[in-house]
Design a protein around this ligand. Structure first.
Ligand SMILES: Nc1nc2c(ncn2[C@@H]2O[C@H](COP(=O)(O)OP(=O)(O)OP(=O)(O)O)[C@@H](O)[C@H]2O)c(=O)[nH]1
Ligand SMILES: [Mg+2]
Length: 394
């Protein structure tokens, strides 16, 4: 399958281009009007953009990343369109029902947040004094987003591990901090499929954190780069309208895609793909404060019995909220995936998250590009995210 976008002055002209390049067998995936050129909205011309695909049996591999990205974008556009339609419909019909419940959810959140804040304040009272040359490093760490409590404990342990004569040496202090952070981040573990048995991996988490995008990256990476046999099952029944696009994306990366509506059909779908080395399950985003949604998810997981359940969290979410999410998902989660590292400048609080959850970190994602923007988590990479790349100015 080859996917390509064509732009022309009108539909006939664009279809002509498609026929010339992809032949008459080409399938139209999407048609839309776009505006080109112009300055401050003047002199723009309206063009037609058509995304078309053609099955190229012999030329299935190698697939280039552009094709994968385009197919994934076509899927995303459809998904966004559908989500908008759905939210318009919901706000027209359910506005009275949803408001009071989200207010009580907010109240509940505030109470829990207050409790957590109180806990941290109580803990930081009466802390042992830090000698002057080391005290400034606490500021550096808290500016990176690491909690005061964690920063103080790092510097405290430095105080005992470093010779007093080295406290003024910024390079020595920095490399000691790095070592400490790496030790705190040693718990990392990526997905390791086996040839002999299929490994079922589910991604769960709150809405919009990047579950589907990350599955796209992982499925493409394992299928194309590692040449593994992969299947993708989506239990996100809210996005049925986008499934055709997801299937096209699957065809391009050589991965069958199935949609399941019930926990029982998830179990059956997994059985159908026992010949695969890896089966990914995408789930609908769940608000941790919505009990019904959480129990729906739990019902899917009870039937699907994934070997690994990876809790996806965005580093753009503040630590207190991340911890609330974790509390709600902890029973079902075996690993963490941290997303949107590219969107945050001070990602130090991920150290607090990692230490508090004690879950192994599997992957880090740093952009919207499928399949490129993903890295296996390692202590070095995590320490780099926590401390930043630049030499600190202390
Ligand atoms: N900057 C950035 N954006 C990302 C990353 N991962 C995903 N996104 C974007 O985040 C948005 C939501 O991504 P999805 O993959 O749909 O998130 P999801 O968790 O599946 O969302 P739901 O299914 O609605 O719960 C999209 O616009 C993605 O392109 C990342 O690592 N960095
Ligand atoms: Mg999704």
């Amino acid at each position: 399958m080859r996917v390509k976008r064509f732009i022309g002055g009108n539909v006939t002209e664009t279809m002509g281009k498609i026929k010339k390049e992809l032949g008459s067998e080409a399938v139209i995936l999407q048609t839309r009007q776009i505006k080109e050129g112009g300055f401050l909205g003047f002199f723009t011309t309206t063009k037609v953009e058509i995304t078309a695909a053609v099955d190229e049996k012999e030329a299935n591999y190698p697939v280039n990343n552009d094709d994968i990205q385009k197919a994934y974008e076509a899927y995303r556009e459809k998904e966004i369109e559908f989500a908008k339609e759905k939210s318009d419909k919901e706000s027209a019909t359910h506005s009275e029902e949803t408001l009071p419940s989200s207010n009580s959810e907010l109240q509940e959140m505030h109470i829990i947040l207050k409790e957590i804040k109180g806990h941290i304040t109580r803990k930081s009272e009466g802390k042992p004094s830090i000698p002057e040359p080391l005290a400034k490093w606490i500021k550096f760490l808290t500016q990176r987003g690491i909690s005061e409590e964690m920063s103080t404990s790092i510097i405290n342990s430095l105080k005992s591990s470093l010779a007093e004569g080295d406290w003024q040496d910024e390079d020595i202090v920095m490399s000691s901090i790095k070592k400490q952070v790496m030790i705190a981040c040693t718990n990392t573990e990526i997905i390791r499929p086996k040839k002999t048995k299929s490994l079922v991996v589910a991604l769960v988490g709150p809405t919009g954190v990047g579950k589907t995008t990350t599955i796209g990256k992982l499925a493409a990476g394992f299928s194309i780069i590692e040449r593994r046999k992969v299947a993708l099952i989506t239990a996100d029944t809210y996005r049925v309208a986008a499934v055709e696009q997801l299937k096209t994306f699957g065809e391009i990366i050589g991965v069958p895609v199935e949609v399941v509506m019930t926990p029982d059909s998830l179990e059956e779908a997994i059985e159908r793909h026992r010949d695969k080395e890896l089966v990914f399950i995408d789930t609908a985003g769940r608000s941790p404060f919505h009990d019904l949604h959480m129990s729906e998810l739990e019902a899917f997981l009870q039937k699907g019995k994934p070997d690994l359940t990876m809790l996806v969290m965005s580093v753009t979410t503040n630590l207190a909220d991340q911890l609330l999410v974790f509390e709600r998902f902890r029973e079902i989660s075996t690993h963490l995936i941290l997303t949107k590292l590219d969107e945050s400048f001070s990602t130090g609080s991920l150290l607090d998250l990692i230490v508090k959850t004690s879950l192994p970190v599997a992957y880090l994602t740093n952009g919207q590009n499928v399949p490129d923007d993903i890295d296996a988590a390692t202590p070095e990479k995590l320490a780099q995210c926590v401390l930043g790349e630049e030499k600190p100015n202390v």
